[in-house]
Structures are given as C-alpha cells and as structure tokens.
Ligand binder design. Sequence first.
Ligand code: GTP
Ligand code: NA
Ligand code: MG
Length: 280
Amino acid sequence: GEGAEILPRPAVVTVMGHVDHGKTSLLDALRQTSVAAKEAGGITQHLGAFVVVMPSGAAITFLDTPGHAAFSAMRARGAAVTDIVILVVAADDGVMPQTLEAMSHAKAANVPIVVAINKCDKPAADPERVKLQLASEGLLLEEMGGDVQVVQVSAIKKTGLDSLEDSLLLQAEMMDLKARIDGPAQAYVVEARLDRGRGPLATAIVKAGTLVSGQHVVVGSEWGRIRAIRDTVGKLTEKATPAMPVEIEGLKGLPMAGDDIIVVDSEERARMLSEGRKKK
Ligand code: GTP
Ligand code: NA
Ligand code: MG
C-alpha cells in the first residue's frame, strides 16, 4: 500500500543500579515532575511505568526497575523495549557489584547509558571518585572525551532532575527514535500481576503498531482477548501506540516480564498458538 507511517516516539528509559543507591527514590522524584501524575492527584499507581511530559511537549517513558531478571529476559529475546538505561550510582558508596552488572547488561543489549550520580546531598558524597571508578571500568564519560553523559542529582533534595531529563532527551534525539504506528501491534510485557477482581493484568509497551481493545492476543504462552486498556493513570483508552505504557486486562493466564504480545485474528488461533508455545 502507501507504506506504513513511521513517526517519532518517546524514549523508553529503565533505571538500574546497585541496591539502595536510590533507583526508586529517583523515579519518585521524576514522577512528581510528570503532568500525568499531577492529573491523577497523587493516587497510588500500580503500574510500574509512567510518562513525563516536558515543557517542550517531548515525552519520556520511565520503567520502574523491572529487576535485572526482566531486563535479561527481554534481552534474551532480542527485543529490549529499553532505549536508554539510567545507571544510578550513590555518590557516597560508589561503584558496587550490581553497578557493574547493570553496566554489562546495558552493554550486552547495546543500550546507551546515562549516569546519574545520586545522593550528592550527602556529606560523604564524592562524585569525582565515582567518575574515576566508572572510567576505570571502561565507561567512556563525556567529560573525558567519550559519549556517556553524567549528571549529579539528589533524589531526596530534588536537585539535578532537569539536567537529567535534558540529558535523556539529548540521548534520545541522537538515537532518532521512530516507530510504525499503523497495523498490528508488536508489544512486550514489562510487568504482570494477578488482580482479584480483574484477573491477570499485564503492563505492556508497544514497540510498533497499535494495540486495540477487543483484539485477540497471544502473550508469551498465554492468550486472551483484550477487554480493557488503561493508561499510566488508570484511565480507560481504546488503543496503545508505541512507547506508551499501558495495562491490559483480559488474559486467561499470568504472563511473565519479557513475554511478547502478538495480535491474531481469532480466539481459535490465539488458543492454538498458546498451546503450541506451552508445549515448548
Ligand atoms: P532497591 O530497590 O532496594 O535496590 O533500592 P533503590 O535503589 O530503589 O533505593 P531507594 O530509592 O529505596 O533508596 C534507598 C535509601 O537511600 C532510602 O533510605 C532513601 O531515602 C535513600 N536515598 C535515596 N536517594 C537519596 C538521595 O538523593 N539522598 C539521600 N541522602 N538519600 C537518598
Ligand atoms: Na531500597
Ligand atoms: Mg527500589
């Protein structure tokens, strides 16, 4: 036909780093800058993802630490939804084993890193030492002639957040992120949980195409028909477009983080594909 329309899409950013270095705190601080979160009036969100809309109108999708296992699962399928990793390193603690693990995950998945040196408010903070440690681990920092951006932040004092968002946007611009909007969705699960009333729920991110309510889907080895799609603030929506996290309802079983979502044309086909995958 006329050729599917390819349009710019938001960057999908995952926060990684050593235990207690402030990943969740940093996300909470960033979330507060989110227009959507403000509109939701501080209602506790179950969705492990949110979108920050910049004053310029540009958007960034943040994924709440899905854990290294989920990241690895997505990488193993060659289908990382993550465009950029924020590597959080506490300015007092410095580089620790899980910092290195996160670095190697990102490298293996070929995902660029933006470093956030966190807890810069602490008296024992030593960001220069952290930079040297990272450099000695082979990270090519911008200020040393490489291309990895480093930002100093405090999730608690909420400093450096604008710089971090700017760095992410700059990184995203260099990547020229685009996606096909029309046609069947190719999507991935980033998180799944069982809700007593609503059954299996999956947080999904569409990589290409559009996911539409009512469609029959195969999700990993599970199947179902999408009964409802909700955005990051819990609002019902008819469709999900690339890089916008959504929660989908209507699956027969609980999928796993990293599972792919494919759209099929009938319940019979969905059931058959799912059975085939379960045998493997
Ligand atoms: P895990 O998910 O358990 O790996 O931890 P995390 O990386 O998500 O760290 P979390 O946000 O839970 O923060 C760990 C501790 O560090 C908490 O007590 C936070 O209050 C504290 N913390 C986080 N960010 C900052 C910061 O910028 N400054 C200071 N002083 N404390 C911080
Ligand atoms: Na913690
Ligand atoms: Mg955490």
